[in-house]
Ligand binder design. Structure first.
Ligand code: NDP
Ligand code: BG6
Length: 517
């Protein structure tokens, strides 16, 4: 198909010159970069995408020659659009005095074009508008065009098609970032992949999962594969169970319309939490190359045993009195259909059928409107054999070691150990070997996940993006379970807004001899 982006980029190697070394994995200040955010009037664009691009600019990670276009249907002038995003641009280093100047400088490179998502003529106009700015700023030099599809999934295909056909870079490469959700089940995900593949080569498609851009998640593989103390422990021989917990202290407020069509399993577990599990449990990749890492992730996802519904608990939050007011239940949201059984909470036990993890329960828990906002991995080890300190330790399971990766907030890694309380006599205590990012790395705010990931796309680094076979493996795992939930109309267990979730989750954990952290 002559319209595929890979066909456009077929001569890309010859199109790569020293002037555009960003194609080779480095962002050269002399590279030429044109970004277009589709759905620029939306929530994600304002909250995450523009702030991330600005922060990259602020910290000097963008080439000197760049422009950022926004495209959506809403009618806005350039100035109105800039006013809209100005307030969301963060001054990362709060002490910096020149932030306002940098904001204004950044905004001089921002442009907005209104158009329909299905009208080729509008895309041609966008192409002309982009070319005009590129020409004015850097002439005919080879340009990397990067499209961010910050749009609802229902329009992924027409936007990707039209953008690839009418707005691709004529001289350099085009790379496209696709937001989740990538389908709702195996069938729809395959259909989406096939439709996108008509115009986008896999090589140029970047399926984003922003959890892979989080600082702690990047550190997970460093910790595993560069520390001799952890390597031998990382298996069923020493690990009793692994928990991956995600909780938010707010509901689906404002996103109920989207959420009701997906539910918590598709929204968070099938992607973010499964990716964490894959990085946690995969074998050591042959190298740090994107393909080697992704090969290992696919392998371990494929080794997960089909999910047993007896190991699944679903919940939905209900309203709760809060002083004089009320915290609204899921069904109180006007955008949610009355009587919806959509789960806002899910907990499940997964098992990996390979030699390393045979029999180790991986307990996954995710919920909205719980008592706190937190994401973490907890690794509980077997108790130390022998009974030298049995008297002092008491319950051995409760006193076994635990390694915790706190993904957010307050990023940190700590190892719970038994230790002697200083002084005469022999009293033991549980305490932490504690790495708190805030105190250890006090050099300023951590980059947002979107910053890291957008920079990776500019650099052509695909390590942190989802490959199509990974996506397929993830949907193969979850689709039978999701089908059962829908076909059997399984009613979620209700839990009050702000609580720890449904009681069933505790029974599930105790069935596998686990205490939720
Ligand atoms: P929005 O609902 O804000 O949509 C983005 C823009 O798309 C809107 O401003 C609107 O622009 C246009 N649009 C909205 N609905 C339709 C429709 N039915 N048909 C055609 N155009 C429409 O989405 P978000 O910004 O929240 O999300 C964008 C993508 O990112 C989605 O795929 C979402 O799942 C994903 N995502 C979002 C997150 C978030 O926190 N918001 C988090 C993680 C992923 P206009 O009318 O001007 O054309
Ligand atoms: C998104 C989900 O992918 O991740 C949201 O669609 C969820 O429902 C969000 O709130 C959580 O991301 P973070 O980075 O705020 O933990």
């Amino acid at each position: 198909n002559g319209l595929r982006v890979d066909a456009v980029a077929a001569d890309a190697p010859s199109a790569i010159d020293d002037d555009a070394a960003m194609f080779k994995g480095k962002v050269k200040k002399s590279g030429k970069l044109s970004i277009c955010v589709f759905g620029a009037s939306g929530d994600l664009a304002k909250k995450k995408v523009y702030p991330a691009i600005f922060s990259l600019f602020y910290d000097g990670h963008l080439p000197d020659d760049f422009v950022v276009f926004g495209y959506a249907r809403s009618n806005m002038s350039n100035d109105e659009f800039k006013d809209r995003i100005r307030s969301s641009l963060p001054c990362r280093i709060s002490a910096a005095k020149d932030c306002d100047v940098k904001v204004e400088k950044f905004l001089t490179r921002c442009f907005y074009t209104a158009g329909q998502y299905d009208d080729p003529e509008d895309y041609k106009s966008l192409d002309v508008a982009m070319a005009e700015q590129e020409q004015a700023l850097w002439g005919d030099k080879k340009t990397l065009r990067l499209f961010y599809l910050s749009i609802p999934p229902s329009i992924f295909v027409p936007v990707a098609q039209n953008a690839a056909r009418h707005v691709s870079s004529k001289s350099g490469e085009t790379r496209v970032i696709v937001e989740k959700p990538f389908g709702r089940d195996l069938e729809s995900s395959r259909a989406l992949t096939e439709a996108l593949a008509q115009d986008l080569a896999e090589e140029h498609t970047y399926r984003i999962d922003h959890y892979l851009g989080k600082e702690l998640i990047e550190n997970l593989t460093v910790l595993r594969f560069s520390n001799i103390v952890f390597q031998p422990l990382w298996s069923r021989t020493y690990i009793r169970n692994v928990q991956i917990n995600f909780s938010e202290n707010f509901g689906t407020e404002g996103r109920g319309g989207y959420f009701d069509n997906y539910g918590i399993v598709r929204d968070v577990i099938q992607n973010h939490l499964l990716q964490i599990l894959a990085l946690f449990a995969m074998e050591e990749p042959a190298s740090l190359d994107a393909e080697d890492i992704r090969d290992e992730k696919v392998k371990v996802i494929r080794s997960i045993r089909p999910i047993d519904m007896d190991n699944v608990v679903l919940g939905q939050y209900k309203g709760k009195r809060d002083g004089d007011g009320v915290l609204p239940g899921y069904l109180d949201d006007d955008t949610v259909p009355p009587g919806s059984r959509c789960p806002t909470f899910a907990a499940m036990a997964l098992f990996i059928d390979n030699a390393r993890w045979d029999g180790v329960p991986f307990l996954i828990k995710a919920g909205k409107a719980l008592h706190k906002r937190q994401a973490e991995i907890r690794v509980q080890f077997h108790h130390s054999p022998g009974n030298l300190y049995k008297k002092q330790l008491g319950n051995r399971e409760e006193n076994s070691n635990e390694l915790v990766f706190r993904i957010q907030p307050d990023e940190g890694i700590y190892l719970n150990i038994n230790s002697k309380i200083p002084g005469l006599g022999m009293r033991l205590d549980q305490t932490d070997l504690d790495l708190q990012y805030k105190t250890k790395y006090s050099g300023g705010a951590l980059p947002d996940a979107y910053e890291r990931l957008i920079l990776d796309v500019v650099q052509g680094d695909k390590r942190l993006f989802i490959r199509n076979d990974e996506l397929e493996a993830a949907w193969k795992l979850f689709t039978p379970m999701l089908d059962r939930i829908e076909e059997d109309e399984i009613a979620p267990e209700l839990y009050p807004y702000g609580s720890r979730g449904p009681i069933g989750a505790h029974y599930l954990a105790s069935r596998w001899n686990v205490r939720w952290g």
